[in-house]
Write a protein that binds this ligand. Structure first.
Ligand SMILES: [Zn+2]
Length: 511
């Protein structure tokens, strides 16, 4: 079998290691004067060289002809370690090997002197995956490690390692590779392999690898395997091979969402699907594109919208991971996002138009009118001004939860009125001026009920509240009007015209 590029170009010495200068410095001295630790935690993202460095250390400690802090890579010891056949260098993957027995065996055997070399090196990858029992089994060994043993525990999630283990190890942070470091390394590999590649290909791969050298080399290999050696490899070639996307596409889809172009969004999705584009990769690229260009967007409302698209994309990536129909999720989520955005914009515009008027009206009412009687109907009337979101009867924790997991539902609640009955049932009133909110609440009624159930509340979704209220008011007015003495009827009618929404009560001062 042909060796993979990743294995072929795996650094055999510190000097070949790309990036991680702080780590090279750290091991430049301690390996020479034997001041190295006997238990390390190598913590950092995947593909940043943790097990590679662990192997270099294992070689240097066992090498027959070391030069300064570097192993020779030529002696029997180095060769055995490079071929993974050295008895004293034990590599384990905790993700697939979590059994307590193996770790008990380590504990039992650790006291024996190395059989083949000078130092026993245990390299345990993804160590955070170990069970508590397995951690306990090696804990004792870490407390007093014998002179001839070095433990290197590699992890992408150091926070999941018990404190008792961490406190007994020296922690070495591995950092994400910079785009530049990756580019230089990829250039070296393609040159040695005899390919001609345009520069923007490297930067595309480097960005897409997100700091992981391993991912970058795997991507490069995919390209080299598909493309001929005698031609210059261009970015358009690799977009085809990797199912990548031209930046122009990101710009297009953002515009479609901004302008709520339903049909275009559907066609665009279908086009991505038919071209075999990976939706996860597309969304990931879209987020990067937005974050990169956000500063150029001058208008704050557009900035906000673009960030909203980025946020939606990151939510979708999670959804898509577990779905057989990424295209459907993609289309539906962006369509509803575009719809909600348009609706919000309209709402904003009407609100802006209405606001000044409202203020004047309330002030006048306060000055002029005597407050109405506080009977049940009147209370109902005042409560009507709160929407589901403003009303403190809704649990704020629950609202936060809805907001983070179901923005559609949250936005719908923003426009619907609600109140709690004396039996503790939350009534949510559909509102004919916000048909989309009604639709969302109807469509997601089950989800909504689940949320409320979780917080021990029952809900009832009822028809538009305006209608019954208007009826009550009209009946009230009829009764009132009949009571109004003939001599003040004229004033009453004038006041009613000025403040049609308010209750007007005539008091008899003589009484
Ligand atoms: Zn050697």
């Amino acid at each position: 079998m042909k060796q993979t590029l990743y294995r072929k170009y795996r650094p055999g010495q510190f000097s070949e290691l790309a990036g991680q200068d702080h780590i090279k410095r750290l091991f430049s001295k301690s390996l020479i004067d034997n001041s190295y630790s006997h238990a390390y935690i190598f913590a950092g993202p995947r593909g940043t060289g943790k097990t590679t460095v662990a192997r270099i250390i294992a070689k240097r400690l066992n090498c027959l002809h070391p030069k300064e802090n570097e192993p020779c890579n030529e002696c029997d010891q180095c060769i055995a370690i490079n071929e993974s056949s050295h008895i004293d260098v034990i590599e384990m993957d905790a993700a697939s090997n979590r059994g307590i027995d193996d770790f008990r065996a380590i504990r039992d055997r650790v006291a024996y002197k190395p059989a083949q070399g000078k130092v026993k090196v245990y390299i345990i990858d993804e160590v955070h995956m170990l069970t508590n029992e397995a951690f306990n089994a090696i804990l004792k060994t870490l407390e007093e490690p014998p002179e001839h043993v070095v433990f290197i525990l590699a992890t992408t999630n150091p926070e999941k390692i018990p404190e008792t283990i961490i406190s007994r190890c020296q922690i070495i942070p591995f950092r994400n590779m910079t785009v530049n470091t990756i580019i230089i390394h990829l250039q070296m590999i393609t040159q040695k392999e005899g390919y001609k590649v345009e520069d923007d290909v490297f930067s595309y791969i480097a960005k897409r690898a997100k700091g992981s050298m391993r991912d970058a080399i795997v991507l490069l290999e995919q390209i080299l395997r598909f493309l001929p050696k005698d031609e210059v490899i261009q970015k358009k070639d690799i977009l085809q091979v990797l199912g990548g996307v031209d930046e122009e596409q990101y710009h297009r889809v953002i515009t479609m969402i901004q302008q709520n172009q339903t049909q275009n969004i559907i066609d665009f999705t279908e086009n991505l699907y038919n071209n075999g584009i990976n939706f996860e990769v597309f969304l990931d690229g879209l987020i990067d594109y937005i974050l990169l260009h956000i500063a150029q967007t001058k208008e704050p409302s557009l900035q906000k919208l673009n960030l909203g698209i980025a946020k939606k994309s990151s939510e979708m990536i999670k959804q898509i991971k577990y779905s057989d129909n990424p295209n459907i999720i993609f289309a539906i989520e962006f369509l509803s996002f575009a719809e909600t955005h348009t609706l919000n914009k309209q709402m904003e515009n009407t609100r802006k138009k209405d606001e000044p008027k409202k203020v004047v009206q309330t002030q006048q009412i306060q000055k002029t009118l005597v407050p109405g009687p506080h009977d049940e109907k009147a209370t109902l009337h005042t409560k009507q001004t709160t929407t589901a979101l403003e009303d403190h009867t809704l649990n704020s924790e629950m609202l936060k939860e809805i907001k983070s997991s179901d923005i559609d539902l949250y936005v719908a609640l923003l426009y619907l009125k609600c109140e709690e009955t004396s039996e503790g049932i939350i009534k949510i009133y559909k509102n004919n001026t916000h048909p989309l909110s009604n639709d969302v609440v109807e469509l997601k009624e089950k989800i909504l009920r689940d949320y409320f159930n979780k917080y021990s509340k029952k809900i009832e979704i009822v028809e538009d509240k305006e209608e019954p209220l208007r009826q009550i008011k009209q009946e009230n007015e009829k009764v009132q009007q009949e009571k109004i003495p003939q001599e003040v009827r004229g004033i009453y009618d004038k006041l009613k015209k000025l403040f049609p929404e308010s209750d007007i009560i005539i008091k008899d001062n003589q009484a």
